[in-house]
Design a protein around this ligand. Structure first.
Ligand code: FAD
Length: 447
């Protein structure tokens, strides 16, 4: 179905209604991060790099003194320091000063991490998952700790995933009824939902030898699929950087093709709209879904992609053409095009639109309505800590929302945290524009 002025009009209404229900504070999510450092980082690339290196090294610091030395070391590389950081540097000159600075810095990092990470273990995360559910939002748990380098780490990750499925599936039946989260027009939706990363299930992901990683990951993924099927849970396979894409896609298609998984579990994959190749990837996904009908259908989560900086640097280092769009508006236009194609492809797939961009989300809702479907026939997904207010606004208006909930300790969560901070302080990020007070009509304008 072609896009239509009717979709733009509906989109405007949806976007304004959602925005109107954000609390005033959340219209400025960078400030709401409660960290002056984050605002400064948005404005100064050198400072931004220094702060991210600091956040990255925090879990490895053995003492507050050590932490303060690292902080002042990184900050000393910044040429023009704002006054608050000059004070921090002066404090680092004495032992008591370093102790105080260390306490403040450790507290700051922990505070930021807790915005994004719901608990140290699935069991400790249960109260948050239940609270979300009671407030009208489903969840997907993600166990932090990416990119394993040994077989033992991969085994350990698989065991943690199995344990997480057991823990969530055991608790979820006790949650109260929430009809808007439990079914769409195609049938029932599992309450328990786990997102997994292929790079954590095998140390052998190599783009030049995809079969090796695929086979190794399969033997750990198969028992997880069986467990999810037996527990009635959903298993979602996240997408990572481009070097893992072929392994991930083929692994999913091969496993879900096996007879024992034809009728479950509910499973899904991710399509990244920042990739220039993503329209062709969607062709392959839809061809596979139509040739391999499943009950329940494959869920496709549409995202823009979290590894943009990595893909650009990698391509430059090798002298390749960037595999990702380099103009943000092109990525956003492609996202909308893929949204429409996915929604038109139902019932071959179920669609989950994952974004914190009010325009992208409102477009999906408007196009879904325009195509005659019910609101519950598109899932809207946000990340814990970044999309909380949007998630609340969507849930309050009766949309089907899922919150992606990272679980793990600070050390395991660091790579995740740095990625979220990079995204949140990028000048082209929607949340950054929203925080800078860009008027609503501009935020909702077609890319
Ligand atoms: C529930 C959920 C699950 C997710 N799962 C995954 C996953 O499995 N794999 C994954 O990779 N990501 C995942 N993400 C992250 C996602 O890919 C985005 O990084 C994030 O949501 C920011 O996009 P946005 O639409 O919210 O915001 P926006 O601010 O509208 O978009 C930011 C995004 O635009 C792109 N971009 C930025 N600058 C440029 C540029 N100059 N040119 C072209 N494109 C640019 C990047 O992808 C960047 O992340 C997930 C997000 C959510 C909400």
């Amino acid at each position: 179905m072609e896009d239509d002025p009717g979709v733009e009009a509906e989109l405007g209404q949806v976007g304004r209604a959602l925005y109107g229900s954000f609390p005033q504070r959340s219209r400025n999510p960078v400030k709401a991060l409660d960290a002056r450092a984050m605002e400064l980082a948005s404005q100064d690339a050198e400072l931004r790099a220094a702060l991210f290196r600091f956040v990255d090294v925090t879990p490895a610091c053995r003492s507050l003194d050590d932490l303060a030395r690292h902080l002042s070391g990184y900050l000393s590389e910044v040429d023009e320091k704002p006054p608050s950081l000059e004070v921090a540097m002066r404090m680092a000159g004495t032992k008591p000063g370093r102790a105080a600075l260390g306490v403040a810095a450790a507290g700051g990092v922990r505070h930021m991490a807790h915005r994004f990470i719901v608990g140290e273990s699935p069991r400790k995360a249960l109260p948050v998952l239940r609270e979300l559910w009671e407030d009208g939002a489903a969840s997907s748990v993600d166990l932090l700790g990416e990119a394993t380098v040994t077989e033992a780490e991969a085994d350990r990750y698989a065991a943690r995933c199995a344990e997480a499925l057991d823990t969530i599936a055991e608790a979820a039946p006790r949650w109260p009824e929430r009809p808007q989260l439990e079914a769409d027009s195609l049938g029932p939706l599992p309450r328990a939902n786990l997102s997994v990363k292929v790079s954590a299930l095998t140390p052998h992901i190599r783009p030049d030898a995809p079969a090796l990683g695929r086979e190794d990951a399969s033997r750990r993924m198969r028992p997880l699929l069986r467990k999810a099927r037996d527990l009635g849970a959903h298993l979602h396979i996240d997408m990572e950087s481009l070097d893992a894409l072929e392994t991930t896609m083929e692994l999913i298609f091969e496993l879900l093709d096996e007879d024992e998984f034809r009728e479950g579990p509910s499973a899904g994959l991710v399509l990244q709209a920042y990739l220039r190749e993503s329209p062709n990837q969607l062709d392959s996904i839809l061809a596979w879904a139509r040739e391999t009908p499943r009950t329940p259908p494959l869920v496709v989560r549409l995202v823009k992609g979290a590894y943009w900086d990595h893909e650009i640097v990698e391509a430059r280092q090798h002298g390749w053409e960037a595999p990702v769009f380099e103009v943000k508006a092109e990525c956003d236009r492609n996202y909308e095009e893929l949204t429409r194609r996915l929604l038109d492809a139902r019932p071959a797939v179920r669609v989950a639109v994952a974004s914190h961009n009010l325009r992208s989300i409102s477009h999906a809702i408007a196009y879904n309505r325009y195509s005659g479907a019910e609101d519950r026939d598109v899932e809207l997904q946000v990340l814990r800590g970044l999309g909380d207010e949007l998630g609340h606004a969507l849930a309050a208006q009766g949309f089907r929302v899922r919150v992606y909930c990272p679980v793990g300790d600070l050390v395991a969560g660091m790579a995740y945290l740095v990625r979220r901070l990079l995204e949140n302080t990028s000048n082209e990020s929607f949340l950054h524009e929203q925080a800078m007070g860009v008027p609503l009509e501009e935020l909702l304008a077609a890319p």
